[in-house]
Design a protein around this ligand. Structure first.
Ligand code: TXA
Ligand code: MG
Length: 318
């Protein structure tokens, strides 16, 4: 046992290793696996708690949307809407080092935490044979950022993964070094295709398939700009943070041992609170526009990412 409480298992690239990794993923555990770009830190993308554990293991101070991995185009249609130029690119380059940002399938199965509350989801069909086998065996969409602690470089061997995350994840499936060693190219749709992150698939290949130049926008500009965030992320109701109790007319989004309309984690567990956060904000939004008071959330571990998200939601709107 390590200080973080898990004995990270090293699974070999054979039938038993793949079956073991698939079972762990289905059970909600974190498993790192190779893709042709870099090693991913995988979790069941339909399970709020499993996805919350990704952010906890990486020590990320904020929630950013994750890439969801599936084995085939058919599997994509269960989670997202694939049409127009996105379908053309998918047919040209999947499986491969390309990620497409697509509209979420209405009523689909993904955890709201995967897309950090956005109406879109980044999807990838990786070409690595071991990733393919694992995704087929798991039978669930797998959310996976690169398998490194926040702020460190992306891992291209199982040993890199262990160097950064040993003791924080259940297992790593060892498929040897990754071929590309650089993250996937990300394309969004405006609705015209937009390059959000250059990566393993050369821009020239994209442009050849599209029959023309592709517009470029930094992924960070699209996601972390506060204006964009508030338009997608904030409930309509006013929010008041660090509230010890609700004032008359307010609803309480609680944390810990308080009487609340909704409680992120009655036991004060920050990973549980992260798992519930986006779903509860959405639910409060649907239920009405009475102002929302939010209990204080400890500002350590996952609490930092939760507070970052709450501050954005509570910021003045324009
Ligand atoms: O090669 C890769 O892409 C690796 C392997 C494991 O697949 N994964 C990876 O994931 O690099 P990550 O979490 O490090 O990068 C995900 C990035 C986000 O930071 C964001 O830029 C973009 O994908 N992204 C995800 N969802 C998005 C969305 N709904 N809209 C726009 N961009 C999104
Ligand atoms: Mg990364």
């Amino acid at each position: 046992m390590s200080a973080d409480g898990l004995d990270t298992e090293i699974l070999s690239a054979d039938i038993a290793g793949v079956a073991g990794a698939a079972e762990l993923l289905r059970a909600g555990a974190l498993v790192s696996f190779p893709t042709e770009t870099v090693y991913g830190l995988g979790a069941d993308a339909t399970n709020d708690h499993a996805v919350a554990r990704i952010f906890d293991a990486k020590g990320r101070p904020h929630f950013n949307p994750l890439i969801v991995h599936v084995p085939s185009l058919e599997a994509v249609s269960e989670i997202a809407v694939l049409s127009g130029p996105a379908l053309d690119l998918a047919q040209a380059f999947w499986p491969g080092p390309l990620t497409l940002v697509l509209p979420l399938k209405p009523g689909g199965p993904l955890s709201a935490l995967v897309s950090a509350g956005l109406p879109t989801v980044a999807v990838r069909v990786p070409a690595h044979p071991l990733a393919q086998k694992l995704l087929e065996a798991a039978g669930i969409p797998v959310a996976a950022p690169s398998a490194n602690p926040s702020g460190r470089i992306s891992p291209s061997t199982a040993q890199h993964v262990l160097d950064g995350l040993s003791g924080r994840i259940a297992a790593v499936l060892d498929g040897g070094p990754c071929e590309v060693g650089l993250e996937s190219t990300i394309v969004g749709f405006d609705p015209a295709p937009v390059l959000l992150r250059p990566g393993g698939l050369p821009v020239e290949a994209l442009e050849a398939a599209l029959g023309g130049a592709i517009a470029v926008r930094q992924a960070s500009a699209g996601i972390t700009a506060p204006g964009q965030l508030s338009s997608h992320y904030a409930p309509n109701a006013q929010m008041r943070l660090n509230a010890d109790e609700a004032r008359p007319g307010e609803r309480l989004l609680g944390f810990g041992h308080v009487e609340a309309d909704l409680n992120l984690s009655p036991s004060g567990d920050l990973v549980e609170a992260a798992a519930n956060l986006f779903r509860y904000l959405h639910q409060l939004d649907i239920e009405g526009d009475a102002p929302i008071a939010v209990s204080p959330i400890p500002d350590h571990g996952m609490g930092r990412a939760i507070n970052d998200r709450l501050r954005r939601a509570a910021a003045p709107r324009n």
